[in-house]
Ligand binder design. Structure first.
Ligand SMILES: [Zn+2]
Length: 121
């Protein structure tokens, strides 16, 4: 997949319709379009098109995601952060997804097989 066809690279991060919680020169944290049955499901994406963030980039992205999650999931007991896995629909542009725990979420089977970490609020 080339950069011009990448679903993440074509997101308009200045759009008023996308729900963007954070953006800087390295990453953006925004709502995922498909909530997959969750009330809240957000992702942090590396701004540059790469499968492999530097250590500095990855640390920064994870930090910004957690800051946003602590705000978004304030009424939840916590949230899951899914590690990049074979289930991701966009495998060649690094991003990670965080979601609340909904028993009947459409991705609950997939989620149960995905490496992930629980963060308590
Ligand atoms: Zn991309």
């Amino acid at each position: 997949m080339t950069k011009t066809k990448c679903k993440l690279c074509v997101i308009d991060l200045n759009s008023k319709t996308e729900k963007i919680y954070h953006k800087d020169n390295m990453c953006a944290v925004l709502d995922t379009i498909d909530k997959k049955g969750h009330c809240n499901r957000v992702m942090v994406m590396l701004l540059r098109h790469s499968e492999f963030p530097t250590q500095l980039e990855e640390r920064h992205c994870r930090k910004m995601l957690r800051i946003v999650c602590n705000y978004i999931f304030i009424n939840e007991p916590g949230y899951w952060i899914q590690e990049p896995s074979r289930f991701v629909s966009i495998p060649n542009h690094w991003h990670i997804i965080a979601s609340d725990e909904r028993k009947f979420a459409s991705d609950s089977v997939q989620l149960s097989k995905t490496p992930k970490t629980w963060f308590s609020i």
